[in-house]
Unconditional design. Sequence first.
Length: 135
Amino acid sequence: SPYINFLLENHAADKYPLVPIAEYMGGTREDGALYTLMIDGQPNIIWENNCDARSTYVFRCTEDDYIETRQLVFDYVMAEGSNKRKFLHTDKCLTIFKEKPRMVVHTTLESWTQRLMGNENVVADKDSDNNNIKR
């Protein structure tokens, strides 16, 4: 996947570990990883599923709360349950996380990369799977 290749190339491996994860949904396992990218000088935890049909989630944090935030994301993703991604779009997620994560839909690599790195002014490309405009 070009998305995973970008994350591997830009992961801050000199300071942060790459964390393999498994997401369980109704007994089905999907593999992925937690990557760390430096965005605006701060570590950001990137939850990426190996399936390109799943969106990328970006959890902002600071150096001071990085380990705690990474553990919260790890525990959340690895827990059995359904509608985990939908939950992240509600205010209820603030009972777990300090702020809502950003969702970045897989579109073209260039658009995805720009939005991943925080350029929210980039208009997402047409999603080829269902012909909807995503943001």
